[in-house]
Each structure stands twice: as structure tokens, then as C-alpha cells.
Ligand binder design. Structure first.
Ligand code: ZN
Length: 149
């Protein structure tokens, strides 16, 4: 499923300033795991008492956040790499190469979602442009529903 936040603040997904050079170097090495939008979502969910695993290997697609008990797999998707309908752009230089690459990303997302569902997991996608508070609301609601059932 794709979480969609109606009043998502466009341009609000700016990466926060790195607090030290070490962190800055780390963010460059691991743009996916330590991206700003994901950290913001994690911080909010954590402050609400939701506990999750990160960088957990072994699940299709290596989700960004994993809620094992409720079998929820959360991905924070970059607007460019996952071709967000609002901000997804196609580079003009080497256009064919980019189109093929980005199309493959989108296809892989769908395939991974199908694999997770077959294993009984709920794949949840959050855009990096989504308001992290609203995204957290929806993740929390799903978490409560699945925990109760
Ligand atoms: Zn976007």
C-alpha cells in the first residue's frame, strides 16, 4: 500500500544538517539507510512508543523499518529513484538509460511488495515528500489495527 498524505509539504523533505563531519560522511556512504525523511519518521514513531528494527536483512527488498510482531515492512521511497508522480523527473541526458533504470526500480518495488504479501507481510510505502507526522499517524493506525487482530 502507498501512504498518501493530502497536505504533504512539498519541499519539506530537505535533509537536516549533519551534526558532525563523521555523521556527514556516514550519510554519504549510506544515503538509503540514513536519509533525512526516514530519520524523521523513525524519530516520531519511536517517540510514540512504536518499536521497530532497521537494516534487518532477510526480507524481500530490505525494508527501511520492520515491525516484526505486526508484520509491517515500511519503505521510505525517494521521489527521484522511485518516480514519485509529483516530483519524479527523468534526466534528459542519457534518457534511455535512465528510463530503463528507473522503470526497473518501480517494477522491483511492485515485485517486492508481492513477495512480502505472499509471506504475510504488509508493505507500506512512504514518499520522502510526505509529511512525517501524517505518515507516522497512518503507520501507527495500521500498527494498532494489526496488533489488535
Ligand atoms: Zn515526491
Amino acid at each position: 500500500m502507498r501512504i498518501s498524505c493530502d497536505d504533504a509539504g512539498v519541499g519539506s523533505a530537505k535533509r537536516p544538517e549533519a551534526s558532525s563531519e563523521q555523521v556527514s560522511a556516514q550519510m554519504k556512504r549510506m544515503p538509503r539507510e540514513d536519509s533525512g525523511p526516514e530519520l524523521r519518521l523513525r524519530r516520531i514513531l519511536h517517540s510514540r512508543g512504536l518499536r521497530y528494527r532497521t537494516n534487518l536483512r532477510g526480507l524481500p527488498g530490505t525494508p527501511d523499518l520492520v515491525f516484526s510482531a505486526t508484520k509491517m515492512a515500511v519503505f521510505v521511497d525517494g521521489c527521484f529513484w522511485h518516480q514519485c508522480p509529483e516530483h519524479g523527473t527523468m534526466p534528459k541526458a542519457n534518457g534511455d538509460w535512465w528510463r530503463e533504470k528507473l522503470d526497473r526500480n518501480v517494477e522491483r518495488d511492485r515485485r517486492v511488495d508481492g513477495e512480502l504479501e505472499e509471506l504475510g507481510w504488509l508493505p507500506i510505502h512512504v514518499w520522502e515528500h510526505d509529511d512525517p507526522d501524517l505518515a507516522a499517524d497512518q503507520v501507527e493506525q495500521l500498527w494498532r489495527e494489526r496488533r489488535a487482530s
